[in-house]
Design a protein around this ligand. Structure first.
Ligand code: NAD
Ligand code: TYD
Length: 355
């Protein structure tokens, strides 16, 4: 039986992409899901082992900056929709090496937009969905929230590259009539996150009794969203969102970094059956990240009122599930952190990473 739709998911072997691909494969057996991923250090096919043999799934190794390959894929599959997640995603790496962020996040996005524009002469029923971050809005003081109307004020090479790609996606809507939608989400957490990011890095270091590097005074605030809640929001926006619109996605779950690390330490003490308070002893305040944004907080009321989406997993449960997943998946961890990550960690933190 022919598929009802064929969707291109870029970056599907990464953290959020793998959760989204799994959701789509399970929920829409009548959709053909084509996952295009370059498999950088952050992309890992093991994230999708459980669904890789499904009849409605195809993996393509490729690079979104390769215009010939992307045009060829559009010609071959005649995509009905694109959900674009592929990106360089880590702020600290963008500070060390901005150029790969410009290439993938900006140039790669334009390559995809051009292919969609070229192949979707009849744009009716098509959709180019661009996945972005709340970091494009810059940094908040102690109060207030980012809304969809907040002016862009990106401050890291990562957020500047994402802001640029968001603008280009909207420009293709206004200039060429390409049907697009954009969402800007807060910090995600959960299984399969590459361990350079705050929570998995801390979990691994606690397990290995290594120092827990908290940047600056630790009073930076982030809003945290369970990754499967993000995937559910993407599914909803893709199917029900209004073309040309932007939707903010957030967890309504703000934490100062130090409070989050404390909460995680306490959960880890329990899971590892260590004396209460022992993991907190590992906390070490280290040199701050340059240009570190003080606070992010999302107003997701548009998504709630228009489409009825709300986060479903509370922080206490999500943190515990995340910690348990990393403790249960040391083989995954060893594989993704072998090789170049060792050098990255040594350069960032001055010693070898947790296992
Ligand atoms: P990730 O780093 O875990 O995964 C990125 C994926 O993109 C990897 O599989 C990688 O191999 C692939 N990729 C990188 N360059 C590529 C290229 N040139 N061609 C093809 N594939 C390439 O990132 P993530 O955390 O899953 O984030 C996914 C998207 O969501 C990104 O666009 C990011 O900006 C956005 N986002 C992330 C968060 C978060 O908290 N992680 C929050 C909001 C938005
Ligand atoms: P991160 O997971 O890198 O996400 P983002 O920078 O996109 O928000 O970092 C989350 C917060 O944790 C951020 O304020 C930086 C801080 N942080 C540390 O204090 N120590 C660390 O080792 C890392 C990786 C992050």
């Amino acid at each position: 039986m022919p598929f009802e739709k064929t969707l291109l998911i870029t970056g599907g072997a990464g953290f959020i992409g793998s959760h989204l691909v799994r959701l789509l494969i399970d929920k829409y057996p009548n959709y053909h899901i084509v996952n295009l991923d370059k498999l950088t250090y952050a992309g890992n096919l093991e994230n999708l082992r459980d669904i890789e043999n499904r009849p409605n799934y195809t993996f393509v190794k490729g690079d979104i900056t390769d215009a010939e390959q992307i045009q060829g894929l559009f010609g071959q599959y005649g995509f009905d929709g694109v959900i674009h997640l592929a990106a360089e995603s880590h702020v600290d790496r963008s500070i060390a090496n901005p150029m790969s962020f410009i290439e993938t996040n900006i140039v790669g996005t334009v390559v995809l937009l051009n292919a969609a524009r070229f192949h979707w002469k009849q744009a009716e029923g098509k959709l180019f969905y661009h996945i972005s971050t709340d970091e494009v809005y810059g940094s908040l003081g102690d109060t207030g929230f980012f809304t969809e109307k907040t002016a862009y004020d990106p401050r890291s090479p990562y957020s500047a590259s994402k802001a640029s790609s968001d603008h280009l996606v909207r420009a293709y809507y206004h200039t060429y009539g390409l049907p697009v939608v954009v969402s800007n989400c807060s910090n995600n957490y959960g299984p399969y996150q590459f361990p350079e990011k705050l929570l998995p890095l801390m979990i691994n270091n606690i397990r290995d009794n290594k120092p827990l590097p908290v940047y600056g005074d630790g009073l930076y605030t982030r809003d945290w969203l369970w990754v499967e809640d993000h995937a559910a929001a993407i599914d909803l926006i893709f199917h029900k969102g209004r073309v040309g619109e932007t939707y903010n996605i957030g967890g309504n779950n703000e934490w100062k970094n130090i409070s989050l690390v404390h909460a995680l330490c306490d959960i880890m003490d329990e899971l590892l059956e260590r004396p209460a308070g022992s993991s907190r002893q590992l906390i070490t305040f280290v040199k701050d990240r340059p240009g570190h944004d003080r606070r992010y907080a999302i107003d997701a009321s548009k998504l709630k009122h228009e489409l009825g989406w709300e986060p479903s997993v509370q922080a206490a449960e999500g943190l515990r599930r995340t910690a348990q997943w990393y403790l249960d998946n040391t083989a995954w961890l060893e594989r993704v952190t072998s090789g170049a990550y060792q050098q990255y960690y040594a350069e960032m933190y001055g010693e070898a990473p947790g296992r």
